[in-house]
Design a protein around this ligand. Structure first.
Ligand SMILES: C[C@H](O)[C@H](O)[C@H]1CNC2=NC(N)=NC(=O)C2=N1
Length: 93
């Protein structure tokens, strides 16, 4: 099972993830789009990488705004998997 990262590493990894913030055991990122259709198109792009990694973001959709949250439930905190998925999500248009 993935291990929760040490606090110092979490801080360091966060500095390399512009647009992401950390709240306790979660990483969060908010993306804004032209409209609901584009927001959903973005969400659909998350399906394949999430399934491939077996690591699934929590999603909140509010019209044209998508809030993405990541944590590793199994480990009870932030792990390598969360930072890898955050990086993958950041690279999506
Ligand atoms: C068995 C399966 O791999 C696990 O339940 C996965 C599924 N997707 C997951 N997604 C996230 N975000 N955290 C998890 O701990 C997690 N666990």
């Amino acid at each position: 099972m993935a291990q929760v990262l040490p606090e110092t590493e979490i801080q360091e990894r966060l500095r390399q993830l512009p647009g992401w913030s950390r709240e306790g055991k979660m990483l969060h990122c908010e993306r804004k789009f032209k409209d609901f259709v584009e927001a959903i198109a973005f969400v659909n792009q998350l399906v394949e990488p999430a399934e491939t990694a077996a690591h699934h973001p929590d999603l909140e959709i509010s019209y044209n705004k998508v809030t993405i949250s990541l944590t590793t439930h199994d480990a009870g905190g932030l792990t390598e998997k969360d930072f890898q998925m955050a990086q993958t999500i950041s690279e999506l248009k």
